[in-house]
Design a protein around this ligand. Structure first.
Ligand code: MG
Length: 384
């Protein structure tokens, strides 16, 4: 089997807001083969036009080239070889960031092809499934206005109505004022009652005041019982993670902007985190998230795959979660975004707080062509 084309769909939502919810744009990847099998992938964390450029760029040097150059004519079954080549041939401008995110999207599509060719679900290609369904947590944002405690109540009620038994709030107005932070978390806990797991995502907000972070995490945990505190500081601040982790009672997790097994080795071993959150469409694709999951298992910590973009990522996460025993939770965004839900035809619904692992061949998703047409945007330059 040979790869014959790579298509990058640049999608943009109408009326996008400048908030940290990833809903403004989406990059969908299609890898075509001469066997008539097309693989589907998705890139997150990089602007779609940048991902497109990283695929299309012509050869500049052996370590500074576009990914199309690496992939055309190659067999998708050589996915691990191709991962290494994509990593090495973008090394001049890659290693972390947009180049790794883009190769991650392609890697997802290659695995989709391999599983479709075998007429097996992806988890069967990854060693089988440990579970038929997984507990999902509702993922949403703190209000932009830190006085808006009603937002906390509304989101908690929505999660409870939908059957979730865990909810995470992130980014937005948290960390602006200690008393206001406390009121926000208090409202969530009061609405949820004592039995629902509550997580907070600091969106790196304590990067410039670690001591405040430590004090506040422990106060909030004592009063409102936090299941985890996420991304308190930059991923690069590994020693900061270690200091916070040592000094705080709840789980400290992060990694949605960390990359590859190489990055996660230090993040786990030096950062002393209690759980890792690689994003399959950012941090290394199926190939490296599998390795990261194995490393985490060896170190005795869970993997909580990050997923805040398209349902293609949700599907990939479901297969990764199925295939790894130390993956007990699915991130499930409850915010409205057409790009999140509409790019595939399938729906991953939550029933009694759980989502079923797909058993159809490949990722188990198909592209919704009318949505791709509707949200397609012309790149800002001529790529032909
Ligand atoms: Mg996060």
């Amino acid at each position: 089997m040979e790869i014959t084309d790579i298509r990058v769909h640049v999608l943009e939502a109408p009326d996008a807001e400048d908030v940290a919810d990833g809903s403004q744009h989406a990059t969908v990847i299609e890898v075509e083969t001469d066997a008539g099998i097309t693989g589907i992938g998705s890139v997150a964390g990089a602007p779609p036009v940048v991902a497109k450029a990283i695929v299309e760029a012509p050869l500049a040097s052996s370590i500074t080239t576009g990914l199309r150059e690496v992939l055309l004519g190659r067999d998708p079954h050589d996915v691990e070889v191709l991962w290494n080549e994509m990593y090495e041939r973008t090394y001049g401008y890659g290693r972390k960031g947009a180049a790794v995110a883009t190769l991650s999207g392609i890697d997802i599509a290659l695995w989709d092809i391999i599983a479709k060719a075998a007429e097996q679900p992806l988890h069967a290609m990854l060693g089988g499934k440990h579970r038929d369904s997984v507990r999902a947590y509702a993922s949403t944002l703190f209000p932009e206005d830190p006085d808006d405690v009603d937002h906390m109540r509304r989101e908690a009620e929505r999660a409870l109505d939908d059957g979730f038994t865990a909810i995470k709030y992130g980014w937005g107005g948290i960390t602006e004022d200690r008393e206001k932070d406390r009121a926000l978390v208090e409202t969530a806990r009061e609405t949820l009652g004592p039995d629902v797991d509550l997580m907070i995502d600091i969106g790196m907000g304590w990067q410039n005041d670690l001591k405040r972070g430590v004090k506040q995490i422990n106060e909030l945990d004592d009063a409102y019982d936090l299941f985890w505190v996420e991304e308190p500081v930059y991923a690069d601040n590994i020693d900061g993670y270690a200091r916070i982790s040592r000094a705080c009672s709840p789980r400290i997790v992060g990694g949605e902007r960390e990359y590859t097994l190489y990055g996660f080795r230090d993040f786990i071993d030096r950062g002393r985190v209690d759980g890792v959150q690689p994003d399959v469409a950012i941090g290394g694709g199926i190939t490296h998230v599998e390795k990261i999951a194995t490393l985490a298992a060896e170190r005795g910590i869970p993997i909580y795959p990050h997923g805040y973009s398209t349902d293609i990522v949700i599907a990939a996460n479901l297969h990764l979660i199925a295939a790894n025993q130390n993956a007990p939770l699915l991130e499930y965004c409850i915010e409205d975004s057409p790009l999140r839900w509409e790019v595939v035809n399938e729906e991953f619904s939550v029933e009694d707080g759980y989502v079923t692992i797909p058993d159809e061949p490949g990722l188990g998703v198909s592209l919704n062509r009318s949505a791709l047409d509707e949200y397609a945007t012309e790149p800002w330059t001529d790529w032909s």
